[in-house]
Every structure is written in C-alpha cells, then in structure tokens.
Design a binder for this molecule. Structure first.
Ligand code: CO8
Length: 300
C-alpha cells in the first residue's frame, strides 16, 4: 500500500544533513534520541529517532521559540513523517515537543508581515496538514503549551496523550486572526460546538484535565518528565505488534466517520471488514485464538 504523500523528487533528493543544536536540555527525550537513533538524517528543527525498531519518534526541537511552527520546521517534519510512513518496519509514529511546549503555535514572527497576496498566491499552510494524510497511526505526546497551530497539530494526530502540564488553546483571536490549520473544524467534531466556540472566541487555555473530560485527549498520563512520551512509545509498540493491514484499515474507517453519514460510514466499515478476510493476518489471528496461542502476524 503506497503513501498518499506527494513530494517532488527534487525535495527528497536535495535534503541536507544538518547538525542537531547542542542546546537541547539533557532529558529522557534527548537520551532516547542519542542512544536509539537509527535515522540517517539529522535536522535543525526536529529530532527523528527509533526508540524501538517499530516506532518512529519525532520531537519538535526549537526550544528557544517554544517550538513555534515555521515553514522550515514543517519541511523537516513532513520529510521525517514521510520517511516513517514509508518504512515497513515502523508500525506507529509518536510526535512530541519539549516539557515546556509541544508547540506554541505557528511562528508569529514569520507571519506578521505577510500580505494577503503572499499567503493566497503561495497557498500558505497547504503543506502543514500532511500529517493527517499518513497511513500509519500517529500519537501526539503533549506536555506544556499546545497553542494555535500546536493545538491544531495535535488534533491532526490520531491519538492525543497529555501530561498534567499540557495546556491547549486557540489564541489566534488575540492576534486578529482565527485558527488556520483545521482547529475550528476538528474541535467542533472533537468537543462540540459550544466548547469549540469558547476556545476560538475567548482564546482561553484548557488544562489537560479539562481536555480529557471534554474528550479532546485520550487521557492524562502520570506526572514526571518524559512520562507521556514513554507512555506514547509503549502504546505505539503495542499498535505495531498487531497486523498492520488491520491497523491501517481501522484508522481509515475511524477517520471516514468524520466525513460520512452514519449509513455511509457503516457500509464503508462493513466493506473494509469483508475485505480483511482476504488477508493472511485474518486467518492467522482467528486460528491463533482457536488454538489458544499468540498470533504471529505477517502483515500480509
Ligand atoms: N511564534 C513565534 N515565537 C514565539 C511563539 C510563536 N507562536 N511563541 C513563543 N515564541 C517565542 C517568544 O517570542 C520568545 O522569544 P524571544 O525569547 O526571542 O523573545 C520565546 O518564544 C519564549 O516565549 P515567551 O517569552 O513569550 O515565554 P512565556 O513562558 O513568557 O510565554 C506563551 C509562553 C504563553 C506560550 C507565549 O510565548 C505566547 O503567548 N506565545 C504565542 C502563542 C500564540 O499566540 N500562538 C498562536 C500563534 S498563531 C497560529 O498558531 C496560527 C495557526 C496556523 C495554522 C498552523 C497549522 C499547523
């Protein structure tokens, strides 16, 4: 099954090796990256590693700007996501930031002097939503600020785990604009109209606990530096241990539920369910249950 990413060949060929800045605070994340990185590519604004052969960990890494999302950062992020999605050994992807900030929004300093003609003509933000098109599941591990584009980036992921320090918000209203990365649309579907309106119209930050009560995040993970990332990696490993065709199918049908009527969605789910009977993993999974043994999926 091919990726739905569409990158010009020149972009892939012209990627350059860059050195990770030495300013990263020694932490669980940094040590994870140092010890377990298997990626050949080094980046300036992100870290990309494999904490387990089956898990890609991508860490936003602009600490001085609280991981503000810039065009160069998104270029690197899309490349790392593309590589992980295309890597057969990877079953799931974890996206995280720092303890202080998952991401404090789109880079306001990059945007402040842009004109309508620039943003319209160059289709600003068009490539900032690629993460939502991946076939493999993406888990956001959020600590600290997830504001504006940072909140929207988390919402583009399939599962959000939050540390107790996480703060979600859409403060664009304070800048004279509105969410531009799908926040207004995904929030309505995630937490309902009234709460989405409150977030978009007041710009108020929502705590991790409140976000969990509202169903915006799966759960709040116990305290401690790196805990939420550890938990996300454990979850990613668990997902990777399943048959990958069924995993991708499950992601596809859940996402289709965003777009379809109930009748259409139910029909789509049933058709995909039927289709899985053509896979060896279905035969193996059901035989293993009947024989009281662990299934050995071959992703075929
Ligand atoms: N853009 C650029 N720089 C930023 C941003 C940002 N969004 N957020 C923080 N920074 C920079 C600060 O300018 C500061 O830099 P410097 O040291 O050079 O002055 C540094 O990061 C540290 O920030 P603070 O000193 O402000 O740190 P505090 O702990 O005092 O405050 C806050 C932290 C509350 C997070 C504060 O920095 C803040 O309010 N940031 C802006 C939050 C915001 O408004 N975000 C929304 C931006 S608009 C947007 O996201 C549009 C979305 C478009 C779609 C994106 C699709 C993915």
């Amino acid at each position: 099954m091919g990726s739905r990413f569409c990158f010009p060949m020149s972009f892939l060929i012209s990627r350059t090796l860059r050195v990770v800045p030495a300013t990263i605070k020694p932490s669980y994340l940094a040590s994870t990256v140092r010890l377990m990185s298997t990626s050949n590519t080094e980046y300036q604004f992100i870290l990309s590693s494999r904490p387990d052969p089956s898990v890609a960990l991508i860490t936003l890494n602009r600490p001085k700007a609280l991981n503000a999302l810039s065009s160069p950062l998104f270029k690197e992020l899309n490349q790392a996501l593309f590589e992980a999605d295309a890597d057969d050994s990877v079953g799931a992807i974890v996206l995280t930031g720092s303890e202080k900030a998952f991401a404090a929004g789109a880079d306001i300093k990059e945007m402040k002097d842009k004109e309508y003609s620039d943003v319209y003509k160059n289709n600003f933000l068009e490539n900032w939503g690629q993460i939502a098109k991946l076939r493999k599941p993406v888990i956001a591990a959020v600590s600290g600020y997830a504001l504006g584009g940072g909140c929207e980036l988390a919402l583009m992921c399939d599962i959000i785990l939050a540390s107790p320090t996480a703060k979600f918000g859409q403060p664009e209203i304070n800048l004279g604009v509105i969410p531009g990365g799908g926040g207004s649309q995904r929030l309505v579907r995630s937490i309902g109209k009234s709460r989405a309106m409150e977030m978009c119209l007041t710009g108020r930050n929502v705590s991790a606990q409140e976000a969990a009560e509202w169903g915006m995040v799966s759960r709040v993970v116990g305290e401690g530096e790196g805990k939420v990332v550890e938990e996300a990696i454990t979850m990613a490993k668990e997902i990777s241990s399943k048959g990958q065709i069924a995993v991708q199918a499950a992601k596809e049908v859940v996402n289709a539920g965003y777009e379809l009527t109930l009748a259409e969605g139910l029909r789509f789910e049933r058709r995909i369910f039927h289709g899985l009977f053509a896979t060896k993993d279905q035969k193996e999974g059901m035989a293993a249950f009947a024989e009281k043994r662990k299934a050995q999926f071959t992703n075929s």
